[in-house]
Design a binder for this molecule. Structure first.
Ligand SMILES: C[S@@+](CC[C@H](N)C(=O)[O-])C[C@H]1O[C@@H](n2cnc3c(N)ncnc32)[C@H](O)[C@@H]1O
Length: 283
């Protein structure tokens, strides 16, 4: 699991990476039973704000480790020799140069690093992905400006999955705009979001908070066992459209109502919400 210490002031990236690690390992292992070739495509690879010299806190190293692990397990358990490929696209020259250093560390995965814009690289990616391979696309731009129409050839690839990652606040703000043009042409991707009335949106967000609260309780073991708070909130954020302050408040309310106990918090009477050093349990 990535270390939270590498994610100061970018906790949302931690949540994304915890989710990616779990999801990709399971996905590659499952699809590796049916396909002889798996291709991972990182459209906006980075590294971006990485604090680890080996890039353990980046999507591409998390994906490369998942490819490697699945390849070894499929070979050991099923006798299957599955070919693993990673196609990494990055526009910034210094980041691209860092991608070029990866191959010696991951000799069991074929790595190709493209220097350029993701959209402009689509034709080369299509050529590099064999029709009989299973492809996974991670589309993780900094903002949320993606001309989806131009991605159609990739998104309609028959044996594939696509994961978009956008900052919730960007989408939320854009969904509130009246003028379609002001939303900078992102309509297709978020059409269903735009069609929500403010009431629909509030209901959806309230429902997410309710389900996040249920998950908090499900993930918290009964005393004397406990779970680190930093693991708890990361798992909740990876599953529901809530922010860390929402989880803080849910937990503080549950502490007051006696549904949760934070053993180290009890000695600090000034604290209003839990912090990452706390542990959590149900009584
Ligand atoms: C949010 S960061 C990606 C983080 C990475 N996926 C991770 O989780 O570790 C976005 C990256 O996309 C790069 N970038 C920006 N515009 C791009 C474009 N049009 N095509 C490809 N890469 C781009 C930026 O330089 C930056 O490294």
């Amino acid at each position: 699991m990535p270390s939270l210490d590498d994610y100061v002031d970018r906790e949302q990236a931690y949540v994304k990476h915890v989710f990616l690690e779990r999801y990709l390992e399971a996905l590659f292992h499952k699809t590796g039973n049916a396909y002889n070739h798996i291709v991972y495509v990182d459209g906006f690879a980075g590294p971006w704000q990485s604090a680890d010299e080996n890039f353990e806190d980046t999507s591409f190293v998390i994906a490369l480790c998942a490819l490697r692990k699945s390849k070894a397990t499929l070979q050991a358990q099923r006798g299957r020799n599955v070919r693993m490929t990673a196609l990494l696209v990055e526009k910034r020259q210094t980041s691209h140069a860092q991608l070029l250093t990866l191959q010696p560390r991951f000799q069991d995965v074929e790595i190709k690093a493209y220097h350029g814009g993701f959209i402009e690289t689509v034709p080369a990616l299509l050529q590099a992905i064999p029709r009989n391979a299973f492809a996974f696309f991670l589309i993780d731009p900094k903002g949320w400006g993606i001309p989806v129409e131009k991605l159609r050839p990739l998104l309609s690839y028959p044996k594939s999955e696509v994961l978009f990652n956008f900052m919730f606040d960007f989408i939320n703000r854009a969904a509130g705009m009246q003028d379609k043009e002001a939303r900078s042409g992102q309509s297709e991707l978020f059409e269903s979001f735009y069609e929500m009335t403010p009431d629909d949106m509030s209901r959806k967000l309230a429902d997410e908070k309710k389900r996040a609260a249920e998950l908090v309780l499900n993930l918290s073991p009964r005393a004397p066992d406990s779970i680190p708070y930093k693991t708890l909130w990361a798992r909740v954020l990876a599953k529901h459209a809530v922010r860390k302050p929402d989880v803080n408040k849910i937990c503080a309310d549950m502490r007051r109502s006696g549904e949760l106990v934070f053993p180290n918090w009890e000695s600090d009477t000034r604290k209003r919400v839990p912090d990452d050093h706390d542990r959590v349990q149900r009584p």
